[in-house]
Design a protein around this ligand. Sequence first.
Ligand code: ZN
Length: 420
Amino acid sequence: MPVAMSPHLSPESPSRADSVWRGATLVTMQDGHYNLTENGAIAVSDGKIVWTGTAAECPDFADAVQHEFNGGIITPGFIDCHTHLVFGGDRSGEFEQRLNGVSYADIAAAGGGILSTVNATREASEEELLKQALFRLQPLLAEGVTCVEIKSGYGLSIESELKMLRVIRRLGSMLQAEVKSTCLAAHALPPEYKGRADDYISLICETLLPQVASENLADAVDAFCEHLAFSPEQVERVFTAAQALGLPVKLHAEQLSSLHGSAMAARHHALSADHLEYATAEDAQAMAASGTVAVLLPGAYYLLRETQCPPVEEFRKYQVPMALASDANPGTSPALSLRLMLNMGCTLFRLTPEEALAGITCHGARALGLQETHGTLEVGKVADFIHWPLSRPAELVYWLGGQLPCTVVYRGEVRGEFRS
Ligand SMILES: [Zn+2]
């Protein structure tokens, strides 16, 4: 297929830049591959990349601030495309109880499980939710996350879902990171709607989503399609309502059983289908046809001690882009490190280190609909990148935990932890 030449791919060099960064190997991640440029240079203007190539070929850019690295590698900023970082309380007490031999059933009977998070989230003020989310975001930002998606889904009422989404938007205005907001009201059935799931779906479609759209509180709409949550038919109602309001959709699908939610999501041209341990070859084919990204979440697989891996071979065969994310949430994946997810994606799901890194850069961007602006070191993209004093990109995957020193550049400026 012929590709139209976009104006920012012009071979002519820009005449000026605000800053130039050189002296490290560029791991550009173009087309999902390392695409290394040894002894590379990046020129930035107005927060965007205006030139990349080898330092030897770099134009003069006499007015630009010059930054010289003494070796190492530069990767795109990390993208965590699936998190539930805003919630009240935590479930470390339950975690300990289970390991002390208390059963899931007894914990649930005592008000534990997701309902305990729903209650704590409903009771918390916006300020409390904000403070707790900032605490959890800090380690992710420190290891180079420059873009993070956060879902609602622990309010499960109009008022509490809107509260969560407002907190997510406030985080976006406070942080030196791009924050994408997703409405996941169809996460679980609220206790008030026990036995009336269809009525709750109607509330989401007819009352909540129109308000979310009119206040611009979400960039996408998500749902949990599973026997213990919502059926494909119920989710389809949510998707139809979301798309009528111009909101793109994504789905938690095939985590614990095969309902072919991912194929249904693909029919709706979903940005992504996430989890996918029980997805089939037909699901993968449908996702490939619609460009739906497979978001793999090894943290939940690990914590639940699952044994069924997502069908990575099928995703490769049909060329479904694979993203990786933390799924940071209080119940099944209290994961505060995307680099740990890189390692788990490789050791548990057998991704290659190159696939894993693509999963938190260019394919993570695609899972959020940001593939034109984020996820690679290319001219025209935002100047979000990380310098690591490492010899090769596989080291990012290889070291297990710990924090590696790095310099994070956000929109062309070295980033402090928080803006205020
Ligand atoms: Zn999730």
